[in-house]
Ligand binder design. Structure first.
Ligand code: COA
Length: 251
């Protein structure tokens, strides 16, 4: 456990609760946080007593996505980068992964939900994937998983305009299971129910649910990260990052 990722085990011991804990920066994700998440998921995989993982954010946001300063100063360079490691871990995590979302879920804050098995969201949740607005391209397999979920027309509208959407729209599109006024409690309760199920049947069922597109997602993730790395160096991205800095300076 570090300051920026809290790791707690539930009272029954079957659920691991991961809390992104950089609230002063809206839980914007740093390379260190990606690495911590990756090792927490590896630990949960290896620990037979852990039956599922719940991920949430502290403070007023789930996460504001990748730290924009890291995008500018230490952009991910390849498959050895912490963000790539995390995406691989997310894609291959064998046990149920449950998200408890509130406030902003930006970029990877929304795309990681496409890999979660269940998602609970507070009414104040605000989902966005503003990759195009930032001069970037979708990541985490979202260019395959999102249109698969909502259809090509809706996915195009959301990706190409960069607009955000709320909890009700997320529920209508099937991105989340339920709107809850206590997301962590709801997620932990459902995790405890899953923890009472026969564990091999649970992991086999998760694997079967994902088997139809698991390999295709891996391939899309590779293509996305290639384009993403090139886009990070582009003038379009640099201009968008500068705009973020100017807005911050103007506050
Ligand atoms: N990277 C780095 N810092 C970030 C950040 C990010 N992705 N998101 C927020 N922060 C920082 C802000 O710079 C600010 O820092 P400061 O207090 O030192 O000025 C602090 O977190 C609080 O953010 P603020 O913008 O004041 O909060 P808000 O409630 O007005 O807005 C967001 C919240 C998430 C809507 C807004 O911060 C935002 O748009 N962030 C960028 C999201 C983004 O584009 N992520 C990349 C996705 S690929």
């Amino acid at each position: 456990m570090t300051d920026s990722l809290m790791i707690e085990r539930s009272l029954q011991g079957s659920t691991l609760l991961l809390t992104l804990n950089r609230p002063e920066k809206k839980n914007a994700l740093t390379p260190a946080m990606y690495s911590e998440l990756t090792s927490a998921l590896a630990g949960a995989t290896a620990d037979f007593a852990i039956r599922s993982v719940v991920i949430t954010g502290s403070g007023s946001a789930f996460t504001a996505g990748n730290d924009i300063f890291d995008f500018m100063n230490t952009p991910p360079t390849g498959e050895s980068s912490p963000v790539f490691g995390f995406l691989q871990a997310l894609h291959n995590f064998p046990k149920p992964l449950i998200a408890a979302v509130h406030g902003n879920a930006v970029g990877i804050g929304t795309t990681m939900l496409l890999h979660c098995d269940l998602v609970f969201a507070a009414l104040d949740s605000k989902f966005s994937m503003p990759f195009v607005s930032l001069g970037l391209v979708p990541e985490a397999g979202s260019s395959l998983l999102f249109p698969r979920l909502v259809g090509h027309a809706k996915a195009s509208e959301i990706f190409l305009t960069g607009r955000s959407f709320g909890a009700q729209e997320a529920l209508d599109m099937g991105l989340i299971n339920q709107i809850s006024d206590d997301v962590v409690k709801t997620a932990m309760e459902v995790a405890a129910m899953i923890g009472e199920q026969p564990p091999t049947a649970v992991t086999n069922t998760k694997a079967l649910l994902k088997s139809g597109h698991h390999q295709a997602v891996a391939m899309v993730m590779e293509a996305e990260s290639e384009l993403f790395r090139i886009a990070l160096e582009s003038d379009e991205a640099k201009i968008a990052f500068m705009k973020f800095l100017e807005k911050k300076g103007a506050k």
